[in-house]
Ligand binder design. Structure first.
Ligand code: SF4
Length: 190
């Protein structure tokens, strides 16, 4: 998502809330590993320290999920990538697969995790998500290219693709400031 589109969308959200009585603080879907949960394929977390996350967490605005663990994967698990330099949108269109390093086709599980994340986002009315970039589930600006050689290319994970297809604005962990600044100024306090 380009910066201009992000800015426009956030402004639009605020113009809606400011027309009449402001709505409650927005909920934000977030990758569990960014909040320090050790759920990544290798059993690690990917914690991010940012004042926005602390503030949103304190205010009860964060809705945490790990799509892969929710889909039933164990931790640790073999790393997986979307094959042939494809992206999450192609997986949703059934024109690309997700495969792990054992050669197993794990596409169905990745779709299950994506649907669970979307259901949770909709249950909590999350219009925004902050997800871990480069993941075959959560990537939003780039992902690995399917060769398991550490090469990335522009693309999205399966969960990100499904969320975006359903109107959720997805940000990488490196883009928290883009969301933090406008949201912190405009939403109502409870
Ligand atoms: S699926 Fe998403 S939340 Fe789960 S470990 Fe991978 S990047 Fe983190």
């Amino acid at each position: 998502m380009g910066a201009s589109l992000v800015s426009f969308s956030v402004r639009k959200y605020h113009s809606i809330t400011q027309k009449g009585r402001p709505v409650a603080k927005p909920k934000i879907l977030i990758s569990a590993c960014l909040l320090g949960r050790p759920v990544r394929y290798n059993g690690s977390a990917k914690p991010v320290l940012h004042p926005a996350l602390s503030a949103w967490q304190k205010a009860g605005q964060l809705v945490m999920i790990c799509p892969e663990v929710t889909a039933g994967f164990s931790t640790p698990r073999p790393p997986a990538e979307i094959t042939h330099g494809q992206s999450g949108e192609a997986v949703l269109a059934n024109t690309a697969r997700v495969q792990d390093t054992t050669g197993a086709d794990v596409t169905a599980q990745f779709l299950t995790g994506a649907k669970a994340a979307l259901a949770l986002a909709q249950e909590h009315n999350c219009q925004f998500a902050i997800l871990t970039d480069a993941s075959p589930s959560c990537g939003s600006t780039h992902i690995y290219d399917g060769t398991f050689q550490g090469k990335k290319h522009p693309g999205t994970g399966v969960t990100t693709a499904l969320l975006r297809a359903n109107g959720v604005q997805v940000f990488a962990e490196t883009e928290i400031d883009v969301l933090w600044s406008p949201l912190s100024k405009n939403y109502m306090t409870s």
